[in-house]
Design a protein around this ligand. Structure first.
Ligand code: F6R
Length: 609
């Protein structure tokens, strides 16, 4: 977790670092800080809370003359959120300053040893050992001190260091956590993610896993762990700066919900060209290998896991292939039975989720084929996999995933069609029929989003309820799991989500007069079964909020409230039925006055186990 930024160049850098951190706030926001070099001294400014607190601290303290500096926005792992634990951290002399994203697993032993050698620690963090190790190893060469520090530490991390004796230098290293260099005109930016410097430069160099870097205003060198210089091309990034702004919406989450039709269009674009073809260029797994796949194993966390669960139904249905599904943090500690004929699909919006990456690596070790479905180009998942299907949802800032979730489901539809094609499970006409239905979904959603009043009205009626139960069957099950997760994470209302048929085996005891029960009851082969479950709910006087297919007037007889969604085929229905549940959660959270873009205790990218 955490976001880091750094700058060296001719410009006054405090505001550049601050602006960069603002763009990284989604990575963590329990404290933030900057360190800048002013008159040969490193000045550190830190604050507990989000960037507004740091802004207050910086008032009247802009350090206009600073040309070198570091910044950090923190999501606490070791040490509670406090000013002392906020980054940047310093060595004993105050000449060295560091920012770190990740975890130093062997910090306790290192700290003990450094303390024995006389180092004074000022925080409870694992990161502070890096400042003291650099101090220990520094004999006039900052890069060498960074290299030796890297050799001492274990874990997964990216860090940057500055030293007051090197007013034009940033050095750092990376192991697993992301680190990107923005190359400007005579200036260098370093950050955990591109948006931090996108308004300043679009020329990017990626620091690879287990690599060092050293940057001066006109140059950046990427080096291996023996300090051998590595050739690295500059990539030009085409992202729109405005994409990172709210664009007129009151929150990023709302903007992103409304961007879902575009996210779908982009994710499908060019991949279903006709003639029964499914083109997935970055998949890189030959058709003949895909044809021999006898099991698909999906691993993911949170919302991505729910997208994966849609995959279970779709892959079985269209590609007639066996599918298993597991939460990545469970999979990585099991003994899964995999073979070269198993396709392990790791789904991760960020491509940096530690548990999903570990699960994918375990699958690679066991000789399975590994595919990443991710939204972030160049993310670690893309490097750990044999191939990738990129979702093309654009940057998602809201911590609660919405448009990336929809894009993940569409990517799974594409994967299922591809497998169905190579395995001959569907013929050309069947593939084309599904393809044209899939291509029609964005327009249906666009139309649907023009009138969201149902979700808003229902939210007004129920937002003070202390508990919501969600029920669904078949592809409605992952939809109800996702709806329940959205509500609990942004409104803090406790929720349960269950396969509707399981309700009578326990959760029905939770129901009382008026308890809101959200039921995904879209058209499909289990619709009648879902209606029976609705009857069971009503028999307990609970309030039924149904998500149903447009035109189904009959459901009104069984429901207190209905949110209608456009008609699609059953396997595509999660693409439409999850949207009213996102909106319901959104409006309830807004009515409760919650910060929907930055829910408490959460972070957008979970790079720790
Ligand atoms: C919830 C949410 C999380 C993520 C989970 C996995 O709204 O966003 O549950 O889905 O942390 O993250 P990724 O997809 O980046 O691996």
């Amino acid at each position: 977790m955490c976001g880091i930024v750094a700058y060296v160049g001719p410009r006054s850098c405090t505001s550049l670092l601050y602006q960069g951190l603002r763009k990284l706030e989604y990575r963590g926001y329990d404290s933030a800080g900057l360190s800048v070099l002013v008159d040969g001294q490193i000045e550190v400014v830190r604050a507990v809370g989000n960037m507004d607190s740091l802004e207050q601290e910086l008032k009247g303290n802009g350090h206009a003359e600073a040309r070198l500096g570091l910044g950090h926005t923190r999501w606490a792992t070791h040490g509670r959120p406090s000013t002392e634990n906020a980054h940047p951290h310093s060595d004993c002399s105050g000449k060295i300053s560091i920012v770190l994203n990740g975890i130093i697993e062997n910090y306790a032993g290192l700290r003990k040893e450094l303390a024995r050698q006389g180092h004074q620690f000022a925080s409870e963090t694992d990161a502070e050992v890096v400042a003291h190790l650099i101090e220990k190893h520094y004999h006039g060469d900052l890069l060498e001190a960074v290299r030796l520090t890297y050799a001492d530490i274990a874990g997964h991390f990216a860090f940057c260091a500055i030293h007051s004796s090197h007013p034009e230098m940033i050095a750092g290293a990376r192991k697993e956590c992301p680190l990107l260099i923005g190359v400007g005109d005579g200036e260098i930016f370093v950050a955990s993610a591109i948006p931090a410097f996108l308004s300043e430069t679009r020329d990017v160099v990626i620091v690879g896993d287990e690599e060092l870097f050293v940057a001066t205003p006109g140059d950046v060198q990427i080096l291996d762990l023996e300090k051998k210089r590595l050739e690295r091309e500059i990539t030009r990034v085409n992202w729109d700066v405005d994409a990172a702004e709210k664009g007129g919406y009151e929150t990023f989450m709302r903007k992103e919900i409304f961007e879902q039709p575009d996210a779908l269009v982009d994710t499908i674009a060019g991949r279903l060209p006709g003639g029964g073809q499914v083109v997935l260029e970055e998949m890189l797994i030959p058709d003949e290998v895909l044809a021999g796949i006898d099991k698909v194993y999906i691993v993911a966390c949170g919302t991505s896991y729910h997208a994966g669960m849609v995959g279970r139904y779709v892959l079985e249905n269209w590609a007639r292939v066996a599918v298993e599904l597991d939460i990545a943090s469970e999979f990585r500690y099991r003994e899964p039975v995999l073979s070269p004929a198993t396709l392990v699909v790791g789904i991760s919006q960020s491509g940096e989720t530690a548990d999903t990456l570990a699960a994918m690596r375990q699958a690679r070790r066991m000789d399975a084929r590994v595919l990443a479905i991710t939204n972030i180009m160049g993310s670690q998942a893309t490097r750990d996999a044999n191939g990738v299907i990129y979702t093309r949802a654009g940057l998602e800032i809201g911590v609660a995933a919405t448009k990336t979730h929809l894009a993940q489901i569409a990517a799974i539809h594409l994967l299922a069609l591809k497998l169905a094609q190579v395995k001959g499970a569907l013929d050309v006409n069947e593939i084309e029929g599904i393809a044209s239905e899939l291509k029609a979904v964005p327009a249906l959603l666009r139309q649907y989003l023009k009138n969201e009043s149902a979700a808003h009205e229902i939210a007004k009626r129920y937002y003070q309820q202390p508990f919501f139960l969600y029920l669904g069957r078949g592809v409605g099950l992952p939809v109800c799991l996702e709806g329940a997760l959205k509500l609990k994470e942004i409104s803090y209302i406790p929720t349960e989500a269950y396969a509707a048929g399981e309700m009578k085996h326990g959760p029905i005891a939770l129901l009382d007069k008026g308890s809101p029960v959200v039921v995904v009851a879209t058209d499909g082969h289990v619709y009648e079964k879902v209606v029976s479950n609705i009857e069971e709910v009503r028999a307990r006087d609970a309030a039924v909020i149904a998500v149903a297919t447009e035109g189904n007037e009959g459901i009104r007889a069984y429901s207190d409230d209905v949110m209608y969604v456009p008609a699609t085929s059953e396997m595509l229905s999660p693409l439409v039925s999850v949207v009213p549940l996102q909106l319901l959660a959104y409006h309830i959270a807004q009515l409760k006055g919650c910060n929907v873009d930055q829910p408490r205790n959460l972070a957008k990218t979970v790079t720790v186990e």
